[in-house]
Design a protein around this ligand. Structure first.
Ligand code: G3I
Length: 353
């Protein structure tokens, strides 16, 4: 992709900088030195995915301190937390929350109900009542474990429920046993478990104005109209084959229509690999323009990157890209922990430049 398709977006951040919330955060500096400082000036959290297995590495720790928000990359998923029915293992998840707390970061819990990384016992449940009971118990126990902890401020309640083409919900133990109503049920259980945290629906390949984004928009609009307790939508923003990048103009339009419903929106898992031919200048421009789109929308409250360094990116082992034999290079820091041009694109956009 060239930067040409992004015409009109450069500088869009200027309109929104400061609109996202208080500009009095002590983290807001005249000349921001970190992403979190730049984000604080417009009241936005700037996040990264964290993996517990790397938290003791010095360079990993240093880079994590660039961020004000963390999403556990795998440690809060169903298979990690409740591998056997009713037997919960909090060790790795608690390590992330503790690290975040120590470093002044907030955490978005990820995730409660997802078809993937689901232990076999859930798929083996035979009746709708059993699935409902397991789902509600899982939500209640996991959210309850972190309830009252001022660090965990939001949850991805339902993750990636839609098929890639947006034509229908994916087949999963939840959709097949409970029908489409499982999403409403999950959000109701989440609100009952903790009324003080934000509840999100999170999905990928729905960043711009496409069929899947339309389906998700229609779903959350209906949820709002019916009083189902949802606070926001996470647009993941993993871009590059197999996920075609949306133009920043389309992303802006999608952010605007979702927030017009009274919902928050967050960029929840951004990385943009270069294996389809992006130069590092293109990558910098794309990162800049997507972040600028968020900064232009007052209710776009957080931007999370899916890992900081290429060294540990999930893209390195994802085989549906065009990256065979190449470095996906989708993150803001390279594999040697050097900041890439894309980092400066993000820093600029966060300051409305
Ligand atoms: O922990 C085991 C380890 O014990 C084992 O030896 C090893 C062998 O394969 O696997 C390890 O588990 C892997 C896990 O990551 C932790 O490294 C899984 O195989 C691997 O599938 C898993 O991948 C994660 C993927 O979600 C699973 O779907 C990625 O790290 C994680 O970045 C990715 O994150 C997802 C978001 O949750 C949702 N949105 C898309 C995003 C990217 O796929």
């Amino acid at each position: 992709m060239s930067g040409a398709g992004m015409a009109g977006m450069a500088g869009v951040g200027g309109a929104g900088a400061g609109a996202g919330g208080a500009s009095t955060s002590p983290m807001c500096k005249t000349t921001p030195q970190t992403l979190k400082e730049a984000g604080a000036c417009s009241g936005r959290l700037i996040g990264t995915a964290l993996a517990a297995s790397h938290l003791n590495e010095a360079q990993y720790q240093t880079t994590a301190k660039e961020f004000s928000y963390a999403t556990p990359e795998n440690e809060m998923k169903w298979g990690s937390v409740e591998p056997s029915q009713g037997a919960f293992n909090w060790t790795a998840a608690d390590q992330i929350v503790s690290f975040a707390k120590t470093n002044g970061m907030k955490v978005k819990g990820h995730n409660l109900v997802w078809h993937s990384q689901l232990p076999g016992w859930v798929s083996g449940l035979g009746t709708a009542d059993q699935v409902r009971s397991a789902m509600v118990n899982h939500i209640t126990q996991v959210m309850g474990h972190y309830k009252g902890n001022s660090t965990v401020v939001a949850w991805d309640v339902v993750n990636e429920a839609w098929e890639n083409d947006g034509s229908k919900l994916r087949d999963s133990p939840f959709s097949s046993k409970l029908g489409t109503g499982f999403i409403d049920e999950a959000f109701k259980a989440a609100r009952a478990a903790d009324s003080s945290v934000k509840l999100y629906y999170n999905d990928f390949r729905a960043d711009g104005m496409n069929a899947k984004a339309n389906s998700i928009y229609a779903m959350v609009k209906s949820m709002v109209e019916r009083g189902i307790p949802i606070d926001g939508v996470g647009l993941q923003m993993h871009t590059g084959t197999p996920n075609p990048p949306s133009t920043p103009a389309d992303v802006l339009q999608n952010l605007q229509r979702i927030t017009a419903l009274g919902l928050e929106v967050v960029i929840s898992e951004m990385d943009s690999h270069v294996c389809d031919g992006l130069t590092s200048a293109d990558q910098k421009q794309y990162y800049h323009d997507i972040v600028a789109a968020c900064v232009a929308v007052p209710m776009c409250t957080a931007i999370t990157f899916w890992g900081a360094s290429d060294k540990y990116s999930w893209l390195n082992s994802f085989n549906e890209t065009n990256c065979a034999g190449k470095d996906p290079s989708g993150c803001l820091w390279d594999a040697n922990w050097m900041k890439k041009p894309a980092y400066n694109g993000v820093l600029d956009a966060l300051q409305g430049k």
